[in-house]
Design a protein around this ligand. Sequence first.
Ligand code: 3JN
Length: 373
Amino acid sequence: MECKQPSECAKLINTKGEKMKKEYCVAILGATGAVGTRMIQQLEKSKVPVGELKLLASKKSAGMVRKVLGRNIAIQEADENSFDAVDIVLASAGGTVSKKLLPAAVNAGAVCIDNSSEWRLHDDVPLVVPEVNADELEKHHGIIGNPNCSTIQMVVALEPIRRAFGVKKIVVSTYQAAGGAGQSAIDELQAETSAYVLREKMHPKILPTKFGAKHYPLAFNLLPQIDAFDENGYTKEELKMIYETKKILCGDKNSSDINVTATCVRVPVMIGHGESVYFETADSELKPPTANDIRELLRKSPGIVIQDDISEQLYPQPLTAEGKTETFVGRIRVDLENPRAFNMWIVADNLLKGAATNAVQIAEELIARELLQ
Ligand code: 3JN
């Protein structure tokens, strides 16, 4: 289905007397991927009034048809001319495509929400998790960064604590599902699991990184490498978590207000990232918060579900978080040697809140704030 010309789009007049669209032309860039397909599903369930929908992907998917919002929509090959009359682009086609196509989309008048890391740390690109820093959207220049999946679920849980008690240090270890590396990694884990159980040979080709020199099986294994290594010894995934967390929580990717360090590990789980997060609250004259203070604070915070009752063995797990849009938090406990520091365990569906849901929530927020160009 083609987007109509802007003049054909239904319009309303807002309270400021300005013209406001009633329906929006939305393009999904990377519509066939693990995140793109979920962006479509989340858009269908969202408050975004979709007038027209464009599904864009690579040449090899062009012509395939998807049924969305009761309409049959043919996938089109994405290029610089795909964005005429498009209001919102939800992009999850990788950094190279985003670098090439999003400036063209912005020139054509669209606002782009990009799931790749290509633009996230640019100074004029807001990096947004709506529960945490929606006001940053007011500063956008056409591209908005959707943070890395592991960053999103961590900052959802840490921001209420930062606001109430201050946070000066974060040490995170991630337990990341195969699905973070795309559908092909899910398929690879599935095939390896069957092979291992049948005592057959495993043939890893995707993990830890598709274009790396070596591949290792993930089934019944742990891989302490997500994305390529930087020369400083950290992986790019670990560096994304460090700089994105500082940008979102402190407004500056190089801020020293919060010290952040990370170790990212791939685990043999299909969907749903887990994170062990250790954090130190700020020094204060006041008495330190208790684990219960933090639990009750998070219980009333947006987007969070507390699953924390050891008497019932209740704690977040990937299998119970899969398909859900919230961030699940449990195992909140004080450091036995530092009354101002705590450990907690966070799980979210990395393809939903960690990607598609967050992007669609940004689109809803842009509409609510009348921030589309
Ligand atoms: O592996 C994971 O669990 C998350 C991976 C995210 C990812 C994969 C490929 C490229 C990203 C990302 O979101 O940071 C990128 C990217 O750098 O764009």
